[in-house]
Design a protein. Structure first.
Length: 104
């Protein structure tokens, strides 16, 4: 698999940075080449040509339809991270979600 770029959007809190870091660590352990960036949802357009997957922080679930509409024309899969995964900053489960989205 070629290197994949993932954009994790949230309201700009520190937790998404930790989540992104933990997913990168999990990917490294599994020898999977993935880069995860944590950014504000307002920056999606800046990264739309570089990303393969969009992850959405659970507190932005109310924006899911709008965010999906932004990436759909680019055939970028998107999903909201489950609150339990996000709350634990579980990089392995976050990585599993990314891999599922890439298989679709």
């Amino acid at each position: 698999m070629d290197k994949k770029n993932v954009l994790l959007v949230c309201g700009g809190g520190a937790s998404s940075g930790f989540m992104a870091q933990n997913i990168r660590k999990a990917a490294k352990k599994r020898n999977i080449d993935i880069d995860v960036m944590a950014r504000s949802e307002s920056e999606i357009e800046d990264y739309i040509n570089e990303i393969d997957v969009l992850l959405i922080g659970p507190h932005l679930k109310y924006m899911e339809a709008d965010l999906r509409a932004k990436v759909e024309p680019y055939h970028i899969p998107a999903a909201v991270i489950d609150q339990s995964v996000y709350g634990l900053l579980d990089g392995n489960k976050g990585l599993d979600l990314i891999l599922e989205l890439l298989e679709k």
